[in-house]
Design a protein around this ligand. Structure first.
Ligand code: NDP
Length: 294
């Protein structure tokens, strides 16, 4: 039985940060510009708090500017839109992210549309998603962009392969399927997208040379779903309650142990896709800053 390789997002993200250093220095020297991110968080969802903290920490570690705007759960949509308008016109911030999910009384689509597309470093604005679909992206959503980088870094060329994406959210699954099927190098895969309306998921997953699991269902994908030699990208970050000090363990959408020796390679959780999402957020914010000055 051959060993399953680990596709470390930590290793790839370190390479991204090293490559960004020159661009950041050059913005500072030429324009006295420091890329700045405003992160808006509404309410106190514990997972969202951790994600925002990890993102802003990385900005600070790279001597970039980052501010977190914390708003209470009961913030009205009007108040949130007003905060976004203020950030849109503040030149200190080149990127704005609104951490999802938002409280139920707020319409996420309206809020995302309110972010000026030039500062939408998450790439969720319909204008940016449209440009991505048309093959001319401004900002590509961070998680799928990071996954493409992982594939490239480990010389896994999707061209001519069958890629199966599980999940069709605008954040992960849908843009992932678009990126994998683009006519360009390290893409060009025959791509299938599956969702909760798919009848007999295994029919598709068992054909996958590259399987991207973005379901949000803890460890659902086991050895019965995969083909021998498949490359598995596990996007899921799920908190499973247990008796540990933290009270939970993070697991992916894939049963990591069950696919060992069958999959060619797999991204671990944590340490796989997660670090790349943050790295691509930094990269998109640097790009947004360059767009202002160059
Ligand atoms: P969503 O809940 O928005 O989307 C989940 C998708 O999976 C939907 O399209 C849904 O189908 C589909 N789905 C759910 N259950 C099944 C099932 N049993 N069979 C087939 N399809 C199913 O989640 P996200 O896309 O936002 O996130 C997915 C996962 O990735 C989560 O665990 C999230 O925490 C994680 N994540 C990780 C990131 C990272 O940096 N690593 C970043 C972002 C997300 P339908 O559309 O029909 O409802």
């Amino acid at each position: 039985m051959s060993e399953t390789n680990i596709l470390s997002g930590k290793v790839v993200s370190d390479a991204v940060y090293t490559a960004l250093e020159n661009r950041i220095t050059s913005l500072a020297h030429q324009y006295s510009a420091v890329p700045g991110l405003a992160a808006v968080i509404v309410g106190d969802d514990p997972a969202s708090q951790v994600y925002v903290r990890n993102k802003t920490r990385r900005f600070l570690k790279m001597n970039l500017h980052s501010e977190t705007i914390r708003l209470p759960e009961e913030t009205s949509q009007k108040e949130l839109l007003s905060t976004i308008r203020t950030l849109n016109s503040d030149p200190v911030f080149h990127g704005i992210l609104v951490q999802l999910p938002l409280p139920k009384h707020i319409d996420t689509d309206v809020v995302i549309k309110a972010i000026t597309p030039e500062k939408d470093v998450d790439g969720f604005h319909p204008e940016n998603l449209g440009q991505l679909t048309a093959g001319n992206p401004r900002f590509t959503p961070c998680t799928p962009k990071g996954i493409m980088r992982i594939l490239e870094h480990f010389h896994i060329d999707p061209s001519g392969k069958h890629a199966v994406v599980l999940g069709r959210s605008n954040i992960v699954g849908r843009p992932m399927s678009i990126l994998l099927s683009q006519k360009q190098s390290y893409s060009n895969a025959t791509t299938t997208i599956c969702h909760s309306g798919t009848t007999d998921l295994r029919t598709f997953t068992k054909q996958a040379d590259i399987l991207v699991a973005a379901l949000g269902v803890p460890e659902m994908i086991d050895d019965t779903y995969i083909k021998k030699g498949a490359v598995i990208i596990d996007v899921g970050i799920n908190r499973v309650k247990d008796s540990s000090e933290k009270g939970y363990t993070l697991v992916g959408d894939v049963n990591y142990d069950a696919v060992q020796g069958i999959a060619h390679s797999i991204t671990p959780v944590p340490g796989g896709v997660g670090p790349m999402t943050i790295a691509m957020l930094v990269e998109n914010t640097v790009e947004a800053t360059e767009n202002v000055y160059t």
